[in-house]
Design a protein around this ligand. Structure first.
Ligand SMILES: [Zn+2]
Length: 273
C-alpha cells in the first residue's frame, strides 16, 4: 500500500506558540526537530503496517521545515510552494491507500482549538457546501476525491475531536490539551512519537476498511477574508459572487478545482516572479 503523509507543525507535541511556527522564533529549530520526529515515527509505523512507498508533504509555513537527513532514504518529500493541490500535492499521482495527517490543528471556527486557524494570509474562514471547513476537512475531501481514506490524525484534543466527528473512527493521537489558543499542556516528544508510530501502524492495517471522505459535487466554497479588498477584487471575476463585505462564493465541479482556486487566492499578486 502506498502511503501519503501530510505534515503540519501546529499540532506537534511541544508546539504551543508563535515561537515554534517560523524561523524567527527562538524555539523554531527545536519545533522542526519535534515535527521531523513525529513524521519519522509515522513513517516507521506505516512501514510496520505494510506501506510499500511513502510520500511526505512538508505542508507548514515555508514548506521547508522537515530535517531531511533525519528521515529514511526511501521516502520522498514535497517541499516549498506554491503547489496546485496545496497541502496535498502528490496525492493525485498514482494510487494511494492511506493518508496520515500528522501535527495538524483545528479550523478558525473551532472554539477550543490550539493555534486554530484555516489557512493564513488574507483568508479567515472557509465553508465547504455550507459547513465550516478546517484544513483537514478540505484535505480529507481532496483525498476522498482520489478515493483515499484518512487513517490517522494527530494534534491537539479539540482537533482530534473534530476530526473524529468528521471522519469517524480513524486512528488518532492527542498530543496536547489547549487552555487558550497559545497555551497548552503537552505530552513529551518521545511519548508522542511512540504513540504515533503505533497508531500509524494500526491505521495502515485498517486502511482497507476505512471509507474515503467524499463530498458531493458540485462543490460550493464560501471564503471569508479578514479584509474587504480581496472579496471586492475577486468579485471582478464572473465566476465569483460576493456574498458579504468580506466574503465570496464560488461553485466548482470537484475538489481539485476548488483547491486550485484556494491556491490562486493565497498566492496571486502582481509582483510574482
Ligand atoms: Zn501549519
Amino acid at each position: 500500500v502506498r502511503v501519503y503523509i501530510c505534515a503540519d507543525i501546529e499540532g506537534v507535541a511541544g508546539v504551543v506558540s508563535f515561537q515554534h511556527l517560523s524561523p524567527e522564533g527562538f524555539e523554531y529549530q527545536r519545533a522542526r526537530e519535534w515535527m521531523t520526529g513525529e513524521v519519522a515515527a509515522a513513517i516507521a509505523g506505516a512501514r510496520a503496517g505494510g506501506a510499500t512507498e511513502i510520500v511526505v508533504s512538508d505542508s507548514h509555513g515555508n514548506g521547508q521545515n522537515l530535517l531531511l537527513e533525519k528521515l529514511p532514504d526511501d521516502v520522498t518529500v514535497v517541499r516549498s510552494w506554491p503547489r496546485p493541490l496545496e497541502m496535498m500535492q502528490g496525492i493525485e499521482e498514482g494510487t494511494f491507500g492511506a493518508v496520515l495527517m500528522v501535527g495538524h490543528h483545528a479550523g478558525h471556527s473551532d472554539m477550543d482549538g490550539s493555534i486554530a486557524h484555516t489557512f493564513t494570509g488574507a483568508i479567515m474562514e472557509v465553508r465547504l457546501n455550507g459547513e465550516p471547513a478546517s484544513e483537514t476537512r478540505l484535505n480529507a475531501a481532496l483525498s476522498g476525491h482520489f478515493g483515499v481514506p484518512v487513517t490517522l490524525v494527530t494534534g491537539d484534543e479539540a482537533y482530534v475531536r473534530g476530526a473524529h466527528d468528521l471522519l469517524g473512527d480513524v486512528e488518532a493521537v492527542t498530543t496536547k490539551w489547549g487552555y487558550t489558543d497559545y497555551c497548552a499542556r503537552t505530552i513529551m516528544p518521545a511519548k508522542s512519537q511512540a504513540l504515533i508510530r503505533a497508531a500509524a501502524e494500526a491505521g495502515i492495517r485498517r486502511a482497507a476498511s476505512l471509507q474515503p471522505y467524499r463530498v458531493s459535487a458540485p462543490i460550493t466554497l464560501d471564503i471569508v477574508f479578514k479584509q474587504r479588498m480581496p472579496a471586492e477584487v475577486l468579485a471582478m471575476l464572473s465566476i465569483v459572487e460576493r456574498t458579504a463585505a468580506t466574503a465570496i462564493r464560488v461553485n466548482f465541479r470537484d475538489m481539485v478545482e476548488a483547491m486550485r482556486f484556494i491556491v490562486f487566492v493565497t498566492n496571486y499578486n502582481q509582483n510574482l516572479r
